[in-house]
Design a protein around this ligand. Sequence first.
Ligand SMILES: Cc1cc2nc3c(=O)[nH]c(=O)nc-3n(C[C@H](O)[C@H](O)[C@H](O)COP(=O)(O)O)c2cc1C
Length: 204
Amino acid sequence: MHMTVQEAIARRRSIRSFTGAPLTQAQLNTLLDAARLAPSSLNSQPWRFKVLTGAEDKAWLAGSVSRQQGLFTSAGAVLLCCADISGYLKESAASVQAYVDSGFTGPVMEGIKDYLTVEQASARERLRAAGAMNVALAVSQMMLQAVELGLGTCWVGMFGEDAIKARFGLGEELAVIALLAVGVPAGEHPGPATRKPLDAILLP
Ligand SMILES: Cc1cc2nc3c(=O)[nH]c(=O)nc-3n(C[C@H](O)[C@H](O)[C@H](O)COP(=O)(O)O)c2cc1C
């Protein structure tokens, strides 16, 4: 489907009912590439994805762990969208080192070093929030890419993180930020979204 970015943004809606058709490997790769190319703080790229396509996993996610959000059963795939908290710190430090090695100096460099020092001293909750910010950008790009592919998505934020981490063997360093249901939409497009007018979001 040929469309501009503006058209993709306007057309994207949360889709909660899918045909059950699987995604092709090419579609999955295109979606994951959209995520991979997202911007991130200090190019830390802390996003990690687990792609689930099995009926058993989808049925489990549709149960009590998501408060019975049934949309997962008909999705072609569900992506566990995670932030790698140790990776975030490690890659941020590596980027700072690369700047230092390149001879970059001055107030901006000092600011970058200060930023890293604050991040390195931060509690896990703050690091989780920093990771989540980066993951959200990557997921946002996937949701728009899906529109161009004729696929629907729904970001699900209501889930039991500990249970999901245990079932899928996700390590201590990973925080589950979102579950992204992706699939071929079943039924009519929901139409344009309701949104606040511009004057309601512009601060005086
Ligand atoms: C952080 C976040 C959490 C969300 N959690 C859920 C969820 O648990 N279940 C769900 O059905 N939709 C969820 N959504 C989708 C929103 O309800 C939806 O984006 C919003 O109502 C606007 O509608 P639209 O996406 O169709 O434009 C979530 C969206 C975001 C960004």
